[in-house]
Design a protein around this ligand. Structure first.
Ligand code: GRF
Length: 220
């Protein structure tokens, strides 16, 4: 089986990187991680790449164009076919984004297009939504936009603060990102305007209520 060559860009902790490292450990998974690039020398995710024996680089150039040029060169020299942003916290040069259009994905901890940008969990709590979640999408020049590949929904609980909601969403991210990358690697996606159509996808059971009625205590 030919495996899609993936390059992963990180800035920090790298727990989504770890989820992908764990996924590609299965020989039946249709993608491999060819390289990890961090824009920060102190990113904890670099140690995860090291431990997994994955080549990794730090590109810390403060100039946006220079960063894009250096990163693009490494990705192309490595034969990368898909760029995966995993907690990558730097705005990318527009030319870079356009060059990798439909070959670059991002994960964001909200149900886009709601709560783009910084602190999406704080935004969700402030808005009072009963559900939030995470989104994997193709990357377009405007931050946190682009055709949506996959989403996972999690409930917002009454006792939640930003940290507890972030942790619940993060657990969903770790399931969603390997799934989305697999769909791409299997060639199952077709982009139609803003929509991403997934060949062979089953319709999920999407019914969710919050709060769920407790019929017994309601005295019925
Ligand atoms: C994740 O919540 C991701 O959605 C967001 O940044 C966080 C990165 O976490 N873009 P990690 O570095 O993958 O642990």
């Amino acid at each position: 089986m030919r495996r899609l060559r993936v390059g992963i860009l990180i800035s920090g902790r790298g727990s989504n990187l770890q989820a992908l490292i764990d996924a590609v450990a299965d020989p039946a998974y249709p993608a491999e991680i060819a390289i990890v690039i961090s824009n920060r020398v102190d990113a904890a995710g670099l140690a995860r790449a090291e431990a997994a024996g994955i080549p990794h680089h730090v590109v810390a150039d403060p100039d946006r164009t220079a960063f894009a040029t250096a990163t693009d060169r490494i990705l192309r020299e490595t034969g990368v076919e898909l760029v995966v942003l995993a907690g990558f916290m730097r705005i990318l040069d527009t030319g870079f984004v356009e060059a990798w259009a439909n070959q670059m994905v991002n994960i964001h901890p909200s149900l886009l297009p709601t709560f783009p940008g910084l602190h999406p969990q704080r935004q969700a709590l402030a808005a009072g939504v009963k559900f939030s979640g995470c989104t994997v999408h193709f990357v377009r020049p405007a931050v946190d936009t682009g055709p949506i590949i996959a989403q996972a929904v999690v409930p917002v609980e009454d006792g939640d603060n930003e940290d507890s909601l972030a942790a619940r969403i993060l657990a969903a991210e770790h399931r969603l990102y390997p799934l989305a990358v697999r769909l791409i690697a299997e060639g199952r996606l077709r982009i139609d305007g803003n929509r991403v159509l997934v060949a062979g996808a089953a319709t999920p059971d999407i019914t969710a209520l919050s709060p769920t009625e407790n019929l017994a205590s309601a005295g019925r």
